[in-house]
Design a protein around this ligand. Sequence first.
Ligand SMILES: [Zn+2]
Ligand SMILES: [Zn+2]
Length: 330
Amino acid sequence: MAGGTTQVIDAELAQVRQRLVGIEGVKLEASVRELVRVSVYVTEQKQVTIHLMFPENYPHQPIVVELKSKSLSFKLLDGLCKMCDEEARKNVGQRQVVLMVMFVKTFLQENPLCVCNEEISYIKRNLVSEDDKVILKQKTSQIVIKVKQGSYFMNLRVTVPNDYPVHQVQCEIEDCNFPPLLKTFFQAQAIEISRQCVQPPLKKKPKDPPFQPKPSLRPVCEFLIRDCCKRYPKEACQLCKDNVLSEDPEAPTREPKKRLERVYCGHLFHSGCLNTYMKTPPFIGGKKCPGCGCQIFHEKWKVSPELAEARWAHKQARQRELAEVVDFLE
Ligand SMILES: [Zn+2]
Ligand SMILES: [Zn+2]
């Protein structure tokens, strides 16, 4: 039989049945001497089933707690279980069932970031360096991330909504010293990446499985930290192989030909290098990025191969004319 004196346990079970009725999100599923099972629901992603077992000598021993959840990570449950154990130890001698249930419920309510616990671990392990900072703000369900690369930095504030991952994270670049052109692109693309995690594509392929919203924290951070902040300070021009961003963020180059251009694939170029490349044949099949082979899309050079060809021919003809004039003058 279960430990503890049966009278003590029966009295507590009677109290548990009374006290847990009418608490929002709490459902008593079983309450017998061998096991009390309670489900706690805060949101779809924040739900836990608590198993409580009375040990020998209860309540002079801490109650035994096991946690199960379909949505929360194993690591988080393991940590929470240890916290429950500590809490139970503090309350030996008293009735512990209701205390434990309320402890778990309060934890889920006060730690909204628990739903992205695994993603946060991933960010800390794989995306940031030792000097960078990842600060969790459970009260406001936000994560502040401060990352650096060389003399460049980026400070992010990510808000995790209550119904995450059904809705996407809101990610804001609070501060950074990247050129405005890049910052605008970083921010817009981050919004787009997070949107794509939760909204089905407009063109659905018939064989695709039904769309499911995906967690957006990790993809957004991979993009902003790994693909932007850590990457661009070191990025070379795909044509001349010189660095594109200035060594000193406060002193960007004034030379027009050395100004930064970013193309669709994300590679960087010097304005002058890209201009020459885009206006030089071959044009057939469109101009490709030498770095990755992607077609180059850019506002400034939005011309068809035919038009580019015509312009090239015109320029060549003009140069021949000039040369002839020069010949004539000699
Ligand atoms: Zn260049
Ligand atoms: Zn490229």
